[in-house]
Design a protein around this ligand. Structure first.
Ligand code: GUN
Length: 293
């Protein structure tokens, strides 16, 4: 059997189209498009590429876009002052502080991310949004797992009542993925490096999500025939070779549907960021009360 290929570009295009439509509806009601501010500190080349792609997505969808480039030597106080200004800026609906931060201010990452107004926290990293997600309430949720949920929905792959195994317990992917799936009424097992009988747990899963950070970690013998396999891993194994956490060549013969790497869920992250920016704009407007033009 060869699995159905879940290509990121197809879903990213659909998500962006939806975000554009919703942003235009927002603009019609409130007289302005949603706005996204991205702060980048230092010159990390991978981060520069991500930030440029976010800027391009804003242009493509007609969002207001602000890039704030701070030098490697920027202090915590300088960064916090920029965040405060963006929190007050009415043109800006969403604020994203690109990670990783330079070494000198990395120890203050939590304090920095917590300074972002939870209603503008389009990364969904603020403890207020994490708490809302855990409680199953409306929240801005991290873009990659939220994108995976959207992809499942758009593919017609149900999660309600299904058994799902998530491998990896990071705050950015594994844990929010667990809560989003739970909110979708799946029965979810969150596996990690200490999990015993990992293979058996994975083999029971109708949907398997790999977010481990180890190349080719998921092998065909860990997959239930016909299962959906979502690969969130991005591992560089040679200067120009990226692979996921899933041994794609063998697993595609067992799975019912599978995401490739590259070209899989990585492409959904920015599209979902655009959705989150519209959602943030709406949440701020709701808080302010109905002041439609
Ligand atoms: N760096 C790599 N991915 C991300 C992300 O999703 N959000 C932020 N803020 N930084 C990142």
């Amino acid at each position: 059997m060869t699995a159905r290929l879940l290509e990121g570009k197809v879903f990213a295009a659909k998500i962006k189209e939806e975000a554009k439509r919703e942003a235009e509806e927002f603009a019609e009601a409130y007289g302005r498009m949603p706005g996204l501010a991205v702060i980048i500190v230092g010159e990390d080349p991978a981060s520069q590429v991500y930030v440029r792609n976010k800027e391009k997505a804003c242009e493509e969808l007609g969002f207001i876009s602000k890039q704030i480039q701070l030098p490697e030597t920027a202090t915590k106080e300088e960064l916090l002052a920029r965040i405060d200004a963006l929190n007050r800026d009415e043109e800006i609906s969403g604020i994203l502080c690109q990670l990783p931060l330079p070494e000198a201010i990395a120890p203050y990452e939590s304090e920095i991310l917590e300074r972002i107004d939870p209603l503008k926290d389009v990364d969904g990293f603020h403890p207020v949004n994490v708490g809302l997600l855990v409680m199953g309430k409306k929240a801005l949720s991290p873009c990659t797992p939220a994108g995976c949920m959207k992809m499942l929905e758009l593919s017609g792959i149900p999660v309600d009542g299904k058994r799902v195994a998530v491998i990896g317990r990071s705050n950015i992917v594994g844990k929010p993925m667990f809560h989003l799936l739970l909110a979708g009424h799946a029965t979810v097992t969150l596996c990690h490096s200490h999990t015993e009988n990992l293979k058996e747990i994975c083999r029971e899963a109708d949907i398997l999500v790999a977010a481990v950070g180890k190349p080719h970690f998921v092998t065909a013998d860990m997959v239930k025939p016909g299962a959906t396999v979502i690969d969130v891993g991005i591992n560089r194994i040679a200067p120009k070779k990226l692979v996921g956490d899933v041994d794609f060549e063998s697993v595609k013969e067992v799975a019912g549907a599978i995401t490739p790497v590259p070209g899989g869920v990585g492409l959904l992250t920015i599209a979902t960021l655009m959705m989150n920016t519209v959602e943030a704009a709406r949440l701020q407007q709701e808080k302010q009360g109905e002041t439609r033009i």
